[in-house]
Design a protein. Structure first.
Lengths: 791, 256
């Protein structure tokens, strides 16, 4: 009997339905559509807008109003009343849905920030002693940077495009040929195998799909695997220019019309090509289309803080919002993986760029310079592994930061030919963003300049600072919460940046001075943190900043009551700032406490129909709850249906097709049954990937457990993590001190072995008492005010 | 009243099991359901917990020119059934001769029992062409052909289609004939291939979900219970539930 022909799934309705559902969770119902919306719509429909002189008049009026409201000098009380009114208005408008209200809030925010900066520049620069001048100017520069990035961020994400997939033509004869590149260097076959199998299962005419493993490790094992599954294995004699060079070398010996690139751990869904290639057929100038990098495992932040799938991770702001915002301005960046490129255009820009270590963004920049377009589809169509530990994560971010700084030097997007104004802004923001290292540290240490040296970095009274700075901070917060809330919770940026600030500050500076320095480091994937530990090495900078801030806090308290008590308000202001910094630093400590990873292959949640057939011949309807490379978690309709350690067969379904896998029951409690696959053949491995990780709908509901952002809840959660960070630190410090006291091996009890504990001495009882008191304090403190918001 | 005839080209394909479980599922959905056993094996009643020693059935009632009213039983599972009855070989021959002379026999007897428009009557027939199949096909609104995924079953496809064409195709009250694969095991490549081929040949007339091979069905018969009662969570019961929904959908569409 002939083998059944594979039917090509059209990009069908359910996938779009998933999109709708997602947009529901992104735009929570707390925004209402009211009378105000109707008035605004009516005002927008006014016929006068069709005449250019009315529009020009409105623009000039608005601009003048903006300048006046930014620069007019008010008394402290006047400023307080004015700022209070504007903020109240913003809080009121915040409740309404609609882009126009977002725009109004942006204008308020830009206005408040600009007014603050104007006031800082005109009235508060203290040019007294050289110490004052130095600190003062440093802080203002950091503030100008923050203001610039705020403005650029608004411009970049003002109106996310939210592009939908373009359907493919009915006739598959018209579909173009596609090469799949899977570059790898030192990753194990275990990591690469599912990616290759999923690529083979892509829904695309077989004769128009070629898969290449680009193996820079030149490994025999990979060549054998490629041969056994029937894909090509390409190697080259050297490793010049790392991944970029690897891809460029492969471009020379392949010929597909399009090239899709997947990092070796990014498993594509079978619908990937059908969701993406359509736009290339419609837009002949389209050079590259990017999809999000979605992660099936928690990154170090998510794992160590326990926030996986609940709080948006660090990368999500970029893939959820910024890329979509870039797409409006035709400025989507290439991100090196999960993307399709048009070969002719890629070759025209000289292949993947090799001048910098972020070859991907630079390649997109070159395409834009030649007038080609790029696109972004914000539907996860592939999933990969997140970085395993904080140190690896930091290493990856260092590379990105260095690469972006390099591009800023060697091919600055502000200058040169071919870019539109907005493209220049988008690229600049992407690069400027990575210079946050120094400003972030300035903010973390600024109050100390006063507490330690009595340097008056802001030459104004504490009250004046409050009435100017607070509106700036509050407006920025609520506006960003509205724009980014679904992709970045309030105050989390502070944590992400504080964790990385020290590490990216030096490489960006070095790259800015000499872009040639530094080499490409491969991000390791697929490792395992085997036991919980506190990463002392990586947290050195946090600990130093922490100690300084604590010292500042102590001095401040002393100054408040006993010594030098003449500037109480300024001391209080700086103390509050220090406490805020301590909260953020505490949370970075929590991030650096690596929690244990239990499994070597990650469990991915799912909810799909399955069937368990026991050796006795009975088969039961059940649901698959999660899967990993090695096995499945099943929910049975009744308790105790499958005997432990028995052999069984599990069926998974894809449409009307059924796939059977031999398995062994390795866990059974109540209705939960865990099975482990038993020696799958190559075909079965391929089928398994196809009905699990490579399902077209595999990643549609991933953000269903998302908590809606509320600024104060975000602050509360950061406080909670910070508290935990201090708790960990305290425990570790104490353990360290104790270990150094009794640095001898434990006595082994002759009868009861190692785990026998002697009666505690009086000293130890005293220590235990102190510990209980302290942990009691933490517990009570946490219960009272710092319980995290969980859905 | 919707009459569904369950037929099969070959014996041992689980036709009676499908008919009984289909009936139970329909009854669970709130329909009055009557099962009529036209198979001389007289096995249908055993699925519904009838007394094996009871020999009464429609053979005797017909030969005694009595009504089916006296041989219809209520089961504990929401369906009533009319058993074939257990008689001598002579009785069977006489009965079959009577049937071939009275083509309206089945219709008349069913009408006598009632014509509730909401109700379903399910006819279980012996395998292959026979006088019983003839009677059943002449009045059925809908025919369900039970197949197993092997080459032998597949080879009989044209014969069955011929039969359906002859008896059903031209009637205005005929909704259509549908196929279902029973005893399906995706582990066997041949099973999967036959399913694919049948899908190509039959298109929408093949039920999208086959009924899986499942020991629970045999065990249920040993306990004289419908499978949905004996092992409610087994895959085959779920498959038959899906099949029932699918068939009802076909009926609804045809009626509309």
């Amino acid at each position: 009997m002939s083998k059944p022909k594979i039917a090509y799934l059209p990009v069908s309705a359910p996938q779009f339905k998933g999109g709708e559902r997602r947009s529901k969770s992104r735009a929570p119902e707390r925004y209402k559509f009211g009378k105000l919306n109707e008035w605004v719509i009516a005002a927008r429909e006014w016929y006068g807008w069709e005449h250019s002189y009315w529009r020009a008049a409105a623009m000039i009026f608005a601009f003048v109003l903006f300048l006046v409201s930014m620069s007019v000098s008010l008394s402290l009380l006047g400023q307080a009343i004015y700022a209070g009114m504007v903020f109240a208005l913003a809080l009121y408008l915040r409740n309404y849905t609609g882009t126009l209200f977002t725009l109004i809030m942006i204008v308020f925010s830009v206005n408040a920030s600009s007014r603050y900066l104007y006031w800082r520049y005109t009235e508060t620069l203290s040019m007294g002693s050289w110490l004052d001048t130095f600190f003062s100017v440093t802080l203002v520069i950091a503030e100008v940077y923050a203001w610039l990035v705020l403005l650029l961020g608004y411009a970049q994400t003002i109106w996310p495009l939210r592009r939908l997939p373009e359907p493919m033509p009915e006739d598959t004869m018209q579909w173009p040929s596609v090469d799949i590149f899977i570059p790898t260097y030192n990753e194990s076959l275990k990591v690469v195998r599912p990616t290759v199998l999923a690529a083979m299962a892509l829904d695309w005419p077989r004769e128009k799909l070629n898969i290449y493993i680009l193996d820079d490790g030149r490994r025999e094992e990979f060549a054998e695997f490629a041969k056994s599954v029937g894909v090509a294995h390409l190697t080259r004699p050297n490793n010049n220019h790392a991944k970029a060079g690897n891809i460029n070398e492969a471009l020379k010996v392949t010929s597909g019309e399009f090239v899709a690139i997947f990092d070796c751990d990014h498993i594509p869904a079978r619908s990937f090509l059908q969701m993406t290639v359509g736009w290339f057929l419609r837009d002949k100038q389209l050079g590259m289309l990017q999809t999000p990098h979605h992660f099936l495992s928690p990154d170090p932040f998510e794992r160590n803080l326990g926030t996986f799938r609940r709080v948006p991770n660090e990368g999500e702001l970029f893939y959820g919002l910024i890329q979509d915002g870039n797409d409006l301005w035709n400025a989507t960046f290439f991100c090196g993986s999960c993307a399709v490129t048009r070969r002719t255009i890629l070759l025209e820009v000289g292949g993947v760029a090799i001048e910098t270590v972020t070859e991907d963004a630079h390649t997109a920049l070159k395409m834009h310079r030649l007038g080609y377009t790029t696109a972004y589809i914000s539907i996860p169509q592939a999933a990969g592994l997140a970085t395993e530990s904080l140190s690896i994560h930091v290493g990856q971010r260092i590379r990105w930061a260095r690469g972006m700084a390099q591009i800023f030097r060697v091919d600055n997007p502000l200058f040169g030919k071919g870019l539109s104004f907005m493209q220049r802004l988008c690229y600049s923001n992407a690069m400027l963003h990575f210079f946050y290292g120094l400003p972030r540290m300035v903010f973390l240490l600024a109050p100390l300049s006063y507490l330690f040296f009595q340097a008056h970095i802001i030459n104004a009274s504490a009250v004046a600072i409050a009435v100017y700075a607070l509106p700036h901070l509050f407006h920025a917060n609520i506006t960003n919460s509205r724009m980014q809330g679904a992709h970045r919770h309030s105050f989390w940026a502070e944590l992400y940046e504080a964790t990385l600030a020290w590490y990216i500050f030096r490489p960006t500076l070095v790259a800015l001075l000499n872009p040639k320095l530094g080499k490409f480091n491969v991000t390791a994937k697929g490792g395992l943190v085997e036991k919980e530990f506190f990463d002392w090495k990586i947290s050195e900078p946090y600990l130093i900043m922490l100690s300084l801030n604590i010292a500042g806090l102590l001095i401040g308290v002393v100054r408040l009551f006993w010594w030098n008590t003449f500037e109480v308000d300024t001391v209080i202001l700086n103390l509050l700032w220090t406490v805020y910094n301590l909260v953020i630093l505490g949370a970075t400590i929590a991030v650096a406490t690596e929690t244990k990873q239990v499994r070597s292959s990650h469990r991915v949640n799912c909810n799909q129909k399955a069937m368990l057939k026991l050796a006795s011949g009975q088969s039961f309807v059940c649901r698959a709850n999660d899967y990993s490379e090695g096995g499945l978690g099943l929910v049975m309709p009744e308790a105790d249906m499958a005997p432990l350690n028995s052999m069984a067969r599990v069926s998974l379904f894809m449409g009307e097709r059924e796939f059977v896998f031999p398995a062994k029951v390795v866990f059974a409690r109540d209705t939960i049954v865990g099975i482990e696959f038993d020696q799958l053949s190559l075909q079965q491995q391929m089928d398994l990937v196809q009905c699990t990780l490579a399902r077209a709908d595999a990643w549609l509901d991933w953000d269903d457990n998302r908590v809606v952002d509320r600024p104060l809840a975000g602050l509360k959660e950061i406080c909670y993590h910070s508290m935990r960070g201090y708790q960990h630190l305290w425990g570790d410090l104490k353990a360290g001190v104790q270990n150094s006291y009794r640095n001898k091996p434990k006595e082994v009890h002759p009868e009861r072995g190692l785990f026998y504990h002697k009666e505690p001495s009086g000293d130890q009882i005293k220590q235990g008492f102190v510990r209980r008191k302290l942990s009691g304090f933490f517990r009570v403190g946490r219960r009272l005010l710092l319980r995290p918001t969980r859905s | 009243m919707t009459v569904i005839a369950v037929i099969s080209p070959k014996g041992g394909v689980g036709k009676t099991t499908v008919a009984v479980n289909l009936a139970c599922k329909l009854a669970a959905g709130g329909h009055p359901v009557r099962l009529v056993d036209l198979d001389p094996q007289n096995a249908l009643r055993l699925h519904l917990g009838a007394d094996p020693a009871d020999v009464n059935g429609l053979v005797h009632q017909t030969l005694q020119q009595s009504s089916w009213y006296y041989t219809e039983y209520d089961s504990a599972y929401g369906v009533s059934f009319v058993p074939y009855g257990k008689g001598s070989e002579f009785e069977r021959i006489t009965f079959e001769a009577h049937l071939s002379q009275t083509p309206e026999w089945l219709r008349d007897n069913l009408m006598e029992l009632g014509r509730d428009p909401n109700s379903y009557t399910i006819l279980d027939t012996p395998p292959g062409p026979s006088v019983y199949v003839q009677q059943a096909l002449s009045i059925a609104n809908l025919v369900l052909v039970v197949m197993i995924p092997d080459a032998g079953s597949y080879a009989t496809l044209t014969a069955i289609e011929g039969l359906l064409d002859y008896y059903c195709a031209n009637r205005t009250d005929f909704y259509g004939s549908y196929y279902v694969l029973n005893q399906f095991d995706a582990d066997h490549p041949l099973n999967r291939d036959i399913k694919t081929v049948m899908q190509t040949v039959l298109g929408d007339r093949l039920a999208p979900f086959p009924i899986h091979r499942d020991e629970s069905l045999s065990e249920a018969l040993a306990y004289q219970q419908p499978a949905a009662e004996y092992a409610p969570h087994c895959q085959a019961v779920d498959d038959i539930a899906q099949l029932t929904g699918w068939l009802q959908n076909q009926v609804d569409q045809a009626v509309r």
